[in-house]
Design a protein. Structure first.
Length: 506
């Protein structure tokens, strides 16, 4: 039986928000179904608890975040306060503003190094300093990446610049060899203000000193408003998200030329036109062709795979027209705010942050407060695995502050999914950039979304007297799984969170 678009939108085809059982069910959903069957006691009963949930969050006066009992945090860096040096020990300034996407890698046996983006733009109050060996565009005193060294318990050691002369370095992704791919969320061109070069690229950053960096864009992956990137384990493909509006962004795939496997210093390996860059099209369920937007897919379709196809980008360099504007609208699938992405051995998890106003979604689509997607490399299928339904209480007029209106749902109603990281334990770690109290979340097929930290830094109050909280960014576990690094975006704080992770993340 085919599912019509009307059924798809209304959720009439399936009751509830559970995983869909059927011939097209995902491997993960099938495993969960088998697990539930095996746990049944023969009388139709299941155990009271299939997982141990994180306990309720609590905070001490003056703390930056609320955490479950047994967990604690320490500050690793503070924008405008902690010192940074030039890579050789000479102090050159303070930690830049707006810490965002982050990767933690091993440095010897006694330390971690964080490669951390800073989403600064021209005119930033605390930009990434221009350090020789790290500069792409000397006319862009704005964003970039820093390297922070810590002990294995998360205590700060030092910090220096790894990439500078770039703009709005938002998220990114790891490479199989341990470097970081830093993405510019901009399309600014040379001649805009003081800019001397075009922007809107991905750069590779190493957890090393400035003399070992290559601050050149990977032009083959296109010039657009990049958010995140995942390299397939074969090293022959990369997947890229685009966070932009008017029109909404696309999900891209780059395929290497025959015989090419990506290796360190990608920008030196690839020519500007090497490989093929494509945009994704999601096939409708009722034979109507291509879904115009991911917001057509609702919680009723959790676990139901969608077939995909790919459309070649005509001009990846966006010479005269932005990449996302180069397509017939009936040929590709758009989405509001495609943000964080992270891969495992079999596919890519990525986030559609929200579509919660009439301007965000097509007329006959459905508002939502966050979608979590999984794309399978082998099957080329796309599956909605997590969903935050639209919550009018979150977005409506307030008369007593967020907490008064939401009550107990402060740590239950989530919105604005953003950063994404696959933990060493298997479950995902996500961060929020929403309209309520912003969290660090965990997600798994069994447990769904859980709050594991809540930001308590208030940016301002709105017209209704409600607190407006800063977003959380850059979730990244240390390689041994003992320390979860995450950031408060503004004012910038880099945090190292420790606790009994293995007890809850499984």
């Amino acid at each position: 039986m085919s599912i019509s678009r009307r059924q798809l939108l209304s959720g009439a085809s399936i009751a509830g928000v559970g995983l869909v059982a059927g011939p097209g069910v995902t491997a993960a959903a099938a495993r969960q179904s088998r697990a539930l069957t095996e746990l049944d006691d023969g009388c139709g009963h299941l155990p009271d608890r299939l997982f141990e949930p994180f306990p309720p969050l609590a905070a001490t006066p003056g703390s930056l975040i609320a955490l479950p009992p047994g967990f604690s945090y320490q500050e690793v860096a503070v924008s405008g306060q902690t010192d940074i040096h030039d890579g050789g020990g000479t102090l050159i300034g303070k930690t830049p503003e707006r810490p965002d996407g982050t990767l933690a890698v091993r440095e010897g046996g006694h330390a971690w190094r964080l490669i951390q983006n800073h989403e600064g733009s021209p005119g930033s109050l605390q930009p990434v300093p221009l350090v020789p060996g790290t500069v792409y565009d000397p006319g862009a005193l704005a964003g970039g990446s820093t390297i922070i060294e810590t002990t294995t318990s998360g205590e700060r050691v030092s910090e220096w610049v790894g990439l500078s002369g770039t703009i709005s370095n938002c998220a990114g992704g790891p490479t199989p060899w341990g470097s970081w791919l830093s993405c510019e969320e901009t399309e600014d061109k040379a001649g805009t203000g003081t800019l001397e070069k075009d922007h809107g690229y991905v750069y590779e950053v190493f957890a090393t000193t400035p003399d070992q960096q290559l601050p050149e864009p990977i032009r083959a992956w296109g010039r657009f408003s990049h958010e995140a990137v995942v390299i397939e384990p074969t090293r022959g493909r990369a997947y890229l998200t685009e966070d932009v509006n008017a029109p909404r962004g696309l999900f891209y795939r780059w395929t290497a030329p025959d015989g090419v496997r990506l290796r360190p210093y990608i920008a030196a390996q690839l020519g500007p036109d090497d490989g093929v860059l494509e945009a994704m099209a999601v096939q409708d369920t009722d034979g109507d062709g291509v879904l115009p937007d991911l917001s057509y897919v609702t919680a009723a379709q959790l676990g139901r795979p969608f077939r995909t196809s790919w459309v070649t980008v005509p001009d990846r360099h966006a010479t005269t027209t932005s990449v996302r504007n180069q397509f017939d609208e009936t040929a590709i699938t758009r989405s509001r705010k495609l943000e964080g992405a992270w891969g495992d051995q079999h596919g890519v998890y990525f986030v559609a942050s929200f579509a919660n106003s009439n301007a965000d979604v097509p007329l006959d689509a459905t508002k939502h407060d966050g979608q979590l997607w999984y794309y399978s490399y082998r099957d080329e299928m796309l599956t909605l695995v997590g969903y935050c339904p639209f919550n009018a209480l979150v977005h409506g007029p307030l008369t007593g502050g967020w907490e008064a209106r939401l009550g107990r749902s402060t740590d239950l109603a989530f919105d604005g999914l953003d950063g994404c990281h696959v933990s060493p334990y298997g479950p995902l770690i996500l961060t929020e950039d929403g309209d309520t109290a912003n969290h660090v979340l965990s997600w798994s097929h069994d447990a769904g979304f859980q709050a594991i930290a809540r930001n308590r830094v208030v940016l301002r109050t709105n017209a209704a007297g409600a607190n407006v909280y800063s977003e959380m960014t850059g979730p990244a576990f240390s390689p041994d799984g003992n320390v979860l690094f995450s950031n408060i975006f503004n004012p910038g704080h880099v945090l190292a969170i420790t606790g009994p992770w293995s007890r809850y993340l499984r």
